[in-house]
Design a protein around this ligand. Sequence first.
Ligand code: NAP
Length: 217
Amino acid sequence: HECVQRLIRCGFSGANVTLPHKSLAAGIAEIKHEDVEVLGAANCLLFDDKIHAKNTDIEGFYKPISHLKPNSAIVLGAGGASLAVCYALLKKHWQVKIYNRTIEKAEQIRQRLNEYGHIEVLQKPNPFGCTLVVNATSLGLNEDEIPELMWDGIHPSTIVYDLVYRESDTLFLQKAKSQGLSAIDGREMLAEQGALSLEWWTGKHAPREIMRKAVGL
Ligand code: NAP
């Protein structure tokens, strides 16, 4: 709160907020976008006479897959990123299956988002019948980490989307590509959520190509 007050005093128009401050940012805001109310998390604040909060992760995540026909998706992980991803997919009429090491946390997401569409908890990371696989765990930041997935059950046309981003492909994306699957890098979402935030603050088109280049895309 202290930090936000200081930013306002220094004349900042807004701020992008990252892990682990997204719930705090939602709590501080006086005017919250509906998505922020649902998720209890904001990654973007705008300051005028009030503090406004948005969650551009939702649209930022969806943009790289917006050309796909909604079908069935499996989401790995049940933290804050998974909650935003599941909500984004349900809003676009995807059927969502969620798998997490700690099943209870996946169940909590299911209960929270149940009213927005079809969401089920899996006991195993089985992608059978899914056209999209999303890694929303934090596994992959270290180059030898990979989330659990039953790769044998995967259809060849499935798209594999890793939220975790590095300078080069995560092991998860390397594995997907080695199986001939299409892969989406987490930097796509990173750049797009940033572009959407910039557009909200300035009311101008964001220089997406420059921003993408800055993260190595
Ligand atoms: P989080 O709330 O800490 O959740 C972490 C998740 O990873 C939990 O489901 C946790 O399972 C799972 N996990 C961690 N270690 C594990 C292990 N050893 N084995 C199995 N599962 C494990 O984190 P978050 O905020 O959701 O963020 C997740 C990732 O998304 C981060 O790497 C973040 O950088 C990335 N992200 C990227 C973007 C982007 O723009 N590309 C945006 C947002 C987030 P348990 O519940 O069992 O502990």
